[in-house]
Design a protein around this ligand. Sequence first.
Ligand SMILES: Nc1ncnc2c1ncn2[C@@H]1O[C@H](COP(=O)(O)OP(=O)(O)OP(=O)(O)O)[C@@H](O)[C@H]1O
Ligand SMILES: [Mg+2]
Length: 619
Amino acid sequence: MANTSNTTFLDSIRRVAPHVRPILPRLLLGMFSALAASIVALAIPQVYRILINTALQPGTGSEGLWAAAAVVLVLGMLEAAFIAMRRQFVIVPATTVEKTMRTAFYRHLQDLAVEFHDRWASGQLLSRAMSDLNFMRRWMAFGAIMLVATTLTVTIGVVLMFTLSWQLGLIFLAAAVPIMVVGFRFRRTYGLVSRRSQDQAGDLATAVEESVHGIRVLKAFGRGREALDAFAGQAAELRETEIHKAKSLAVFSLVVTLLPELALGTGLVVGVLLVAHDGLSVGALVAFFATAAVVAGPVEAMGPLMAMTLTAKTAIDRHYEVMDAPNTITDPAVPLEPTGVRGELRFNGVRFRYPGTPADRPDVLDGVDLALRAGETMALVGVTGCGKTTLLSLVPRLYDVTAGSITLDGTDLRDLPLDALRTHVSVAFEDTTLFSDSVRENVLLGAATQPGMSDDDVLARALEVAQAGFAYTLPDGVDTLIGEEGLSLSGGQRQRIALARAIAAAPRVLVLDDPLSALDVNTEERVEARLRAVLEGTTTLIVAHRPSTVALADRVALLRDGRIDAVGTHSELLASNAHYRYVLASLSEEPRDLDTELEDKDDELIRDWEADEEQEARA
Ligand SMILES: Nc1ncnc2c1ncn2[C@@H]1O[C@H](COP(=O)(O)OP(=O)(O)OP(=O)(O)O)[C@@H](O)[C@H]1O
Ligand SMILES: [Mg+2]
């Protein structure tokens, strides 16, 4: 993960500038209101000065007192009104910026290649999308405005204090020097700890996400306790960081509170002496201290405001670390619009290795040559881990080939607009992902409108082919919410919905990663019978872990050591290729989970089976 905490504060601010520009007038109005509120507050002591120096002198009537009280009341009300206006001006635009940036973030996450998501933990992205942008918004709507208004207020206040008494003003100015020194140190430490805390919060979010996702495994293996301990450890680390943060803020706050108080005490002694020696009027002395009291508020607020600002800087940096991640899979500069796609798919010397694979590991795909005729169904067979899923994921360009090329009707996939490619290619993966939405929405996710067919027709046909008619019997039929938030489905049910989704898209090229592995033999047979009709005319590359799935295909390609070892019909390969016979025999008709335990037994069976096959072939 890139750490850009060495950017300066201005660098970070510059990044958000484009988002802020449209709302700048309102932010300035907000800032103006905040400043106006402070100035009004600063005016009140001036009224005291006049009151004491004139209206309260012996021999004057009470009208002056009433007038002064009325002025103070009006000023108080004005201050409150300005504070309300500040909120009014900035809340809406700041939330707008937050929304825009959050949407842009989400769009970027969608655009970023799978390779990025392989590297980044979900919680880090989650915390950036949620809390970091929240920090930033609160800073924009409050922190930034108040920081500017506060600084100006303090400056004006100090100038006023100087005009009232330069001697007393100097005492307060002297107190500002240590504040600045401590403030500088605070900025450095707090910036670092704030970064650490936000990163740790992201890690914590990942831990929650993973354990909620894997709750069944944790429970079934009784690992809840260990998960909790690990989590508690992480939470404790975050707590340490938060304490560190709070301590650092506490020290700074102590200094900004204590020093003005000290100056106030010293000032009081000096002030009384000055009054006694006729160097200062009583009214000016009272006004001075009333002003000092008004200024003390903003000075004390400096600590939290600076903390907020540093947190916001970290948040902006974290946001842009993701936004700056380049999208490696992009539309071509000059896209070739495909016309009348036939669906001829070719792999030409395709090599692939996952980004970040250690150098001593071989490429997963090491020169794959394979040609699928338009409308052909090709089964892809190979031992587990040989790269079948990897090869499939190259077709919708989830990853790009490292070398070589894949062509659709002779056009390199990288020359097609991504949208068009992904309309023509439809996939169903091994691990079926359903969204917390209705069956209908899940199935019609990638479905284009088809001539002469309503959405309901498309849905009905897809569910029928995938033998997912059970969807109509769910509590709300096809509108039942499924996936994470809704009704949970069985593995086989999920798989059939995912298959229906791939079919509903009515693609020219269908890429299926063992779409029937979780089905019982009878259901599988029914799906296959229906699927055969649909596959007619659709170029299909289907990973097969079961002989029955192989039977769907016109031809079979055998993947071995990163290359296509052989291509042919099932019976051709059976007759000619020993590795094919081996792989096929190890593809059990039973659920695959028990495979490893049964491995030794399998080897025996395979040998027997091969002997039988040979005998049969000879007979
Ligand atoms: N995202 C990834 N990052 C790095 N390596 C990966 C990634 N996905 C898979 N691999 C590696 O690539 C190799 C091929 O994996 P792949 O999933 O393509 O195998 P497969 O043939 O589909 O296996 P199976 O039959 O078990 O589904 C494996 O060695 C695997 O460890
Ligand atoms: Mg696989």
